[in-house]
Each structure stands twice: as C-alpha cells, then as structure tokens.
Write a protein that binds this ligand. Structure first.
Ligand code: PHE
Length: 358
C-alpha cells in the first residue's frame, strides 16, 4: 500500500506547490482525469477479488476524496490571492478630485489686484480693508470734508436710507476712508495699501457706478514727497513691466492732502495701442499728496511729530491699459465670453520673481 501513500504525498505536495489555477488544473488532470493516477487505481478495483477490494477500496476512495478536497481548497485559496492582487493593481483613490477642463477664470481686476498686492508686499506694505457701506464721518468729515463742503458735491454719492438718529450711511465714494480706519486703530509707522470697490453715481464708456481704487498710506516721522514719487515710480515700473517710466506731477487739490499732486505717466497712444515709457501722451494715474495735518489730528495722530503721504489710483483703468480692454462697462457685465478672452488661469498666481502677468 505504500504506493497509495507515496502517491498521496506526491499529489498533496504538487497541489500545495501549484502557483496558479492552470498549474492546479494540470495536477487535477494528472490525478483525477480520465487517465489520471487515481482514476487508474480506481479502475484496478474492478479486477480484484472481494478480499482485496474490501481492503483497498476504502484506501483508494479515501485518497480520491482527500486529493479532490485539497484541490478545491487550493483553488479557492488561489482565486482569493488572484482577486487581492487584482484589487491592489486596479486600485482607484475615489477621494481624488475629478480633473475636468477648467471652466472659470480670474477676472482682470482680480488679477491686477493680486499683482498690485505682490508689488506692494515687496515694498513692505500691508493690505488694509474697510467696508463698502461706510459712515459719512469716515468717507468725508474725518477726511477734512465737513458737511456742506463743496467737495461733497463732486462725489455723486449713493446714500442709504437715513438712520433713526438722522445720520446716513453711504456707499464709499473712494478708498480714502480706509486711511481713517487705519489711523484710528494703528499707531505710526503705518505703511498700507487698501484696494477695493468704490461707488459713484456715474455711467459711460469709462465710468461705471461701481469701480475700484487702490489707496496707499504711509505715515512716519520722515516720509516726504520724494518718497511718494519714488514709490509711484517703482510701482509703475513693476506693474507695467517696463524698465523706465517718466512721471509728470501736476498740482491738484484734495481736502485731505496738502500739498496735493496728480500723477501722469508718459505713454504713446499714436498707434492705437498704448506703449508706456515713450511718446507724447500722458496717462492719468490718480491723486495723491502729503496727508493733511488736520486729518492726522482728527484720526488721533500727532501732526507735530508724524507726517506722510497717501495716494488713490484707479484700478480698473490700470487693468484696461495693461490688458488692452477698450471699454470699462464689460468689466462688470459678467459676460462669460469676455471673461474667457481677458481672463487668467486660476492657479497662475502673480509673483515678482515668477512674473506678474506671464
Ligand atoms: N480719494 C481721492 C479720489 O478718489 C484720491 C486720493 C487719495 C487723493 C489719496 C489724495 C490722496 O479722487
């Protein structure tokens, strides 16, 4: 009977060693197939006498049951291993975001705002903010524009419904109230920019009721007009991405600055396009000046010790010029075709070293 035992040992070893289902099938055929070793043994039972058959029958049948049991067990083991290997290989991280074509884009005003913030951050300015709905006091009075001052008429203000105490909130007509807010809560030295939305009752090709300004405020013990000019010049060079700029200063008037200066930048518009740095045209940047001592005083800063400058430039106009948009109105019409044409990729964040506009 040792041949039954050794056959069993060999077959069980072959089953255990079968590395995949095909190898296992080969073992099965070799043992239980038509001409398999166990099938051959089973056939011998028919030619045996009763005595032998009684003895060998259970042995051979037992071998067959054992081997087919072992094959079935190994088969499910192999199937499980194959499934696991496949799951591992075809694994998908369902938490990964889908990556469709980007559909939105960055509005030129947002782009310009990010560019400006990067430039001024490099010059050591922080960003200050104020609300769109402003107190009359901050928009006018503390900026040296008392009630009944004629400068109020120049601003075409949107007023909100009167409060119970008769005071009236308004939509800020410029970003200068952020100067007031900053001085009221921060002691010098102050060095901030305040870009943001402003509102005036006005609408044509170059004016919209809502527009954007860029305010800047520097207060310390030394800052003078020369510093103002340098900052405006450096800003223009960085923003328009040119090496030389030529600025022209015109005397002006704002109640909150003394003296007041308006700045123009030399450019060439003769070819239909605007080229900066050469030519015989002048591009208006906006107003500025040394902060009026009276304003410092109303905002809790000692004018005998501190001084500084402020400016307020039109941000939309800078975006129009830099990116060649001829009309201001479509900026705020939310036309997706216009946005696709002028828009910027969402992840191209402007930096001074990486390139502002690319
Ligand atoms: N606020 C002024 C305007 O809207 C601009 C300005 C800002 C002028 C700061 C001087 C200083 O026209």
């Amino acid at each position: 009977m040792s041949d039954v035992h050794s056959l069993e040992r060999d077959l069980l070893a072959a089953i255990a060693n079968a590395g995949d289902e095909a190898a296992l099938e080969e073992v099965r055929v070799s043992a239980l197939g038509k001409k398999g070793s166990i099938s051959e043994l089973l056939k011998t039972l028919g030619g045996m006498n009763a005595e032998d058959r009684k003895q060998k029958g259970p042995l051979i049948n037992g071998l067959r049951d054992k081997v087919s049991g072992a094959i079935a067990a190994r088969k499910s083991e192999l199937a499980l291993a194959a499934l696991n290997a496949r799951l591992q290989a075809e694994r998908v991280d369902v938490t990964l975001p889908a990556r469709p074509e980007p559909r939105g884009s960055i509005h030129p005003v947002s782009q310009v705002l990010d560019e400006i913030t990067a430039i001024f951050a490099d010059l050591g300015f922080a960003v200050a903010e104020g609300p769109d709905v402003e107190f009359d006091d901050y928009n006018f009075t503390k900026l040296n524009i008392p009630p009944d001052h004629p400068a109020r008429q120049m601003h075409d203000t949107f007023y909100l419904a009167p409060q119970a105490d008769d005071s009236q909130h308004l939509l800020r007509t410029h970003t200068s109230p952020v100067q007031v807010r900053t001085m009221l809560k921060q002691k010098p030295p102050i060095r901030v920019i305040a870009p943001g939305r402003t509102y005036r009752v006005d609408s044509d090709a170059t004016h919209t009721p809502m527009f954007h300004q860029l305010e800047a405020l520097v207060i310390d013990e030394q800052t003078n007009l020369g510093h103002l000019k340098w900052v405006v010049e450096e800003f223009c060079k960085a923003f328009f991405e040119i090496d030389t700029v030529e600025l022209r200063a015109r005397p002006s008037f704002f109640p909150f600055t003394e003296p007041s200066v308006e700045w123009d930048m030399r450019c060439d518009r003769s070819g239909g396009q605007t080229i900066f740095g050469t030519g015989h045209d002048w591009l208006e940047l906006g107003g500025s000046g040394m902060v009026n001592p009276h304003v410092l005083e109303m905002c809790g800063i000692d004018p005998s010790r501190y001084q500084g400058f402020a400016f307020g430039f039109g941000l939309d106009r800078m975006a129009m010029l830099k990116y060649g948009a001829p009309d201001l109105r479509p900026f705020f019409e939310s036309d997706i075709r216009w946005l696709r044409h002028f828009g910027f990729a969402a992840l191209d964040i402007p930096t001074l070293d990486g390139g502002l506009s690319r």
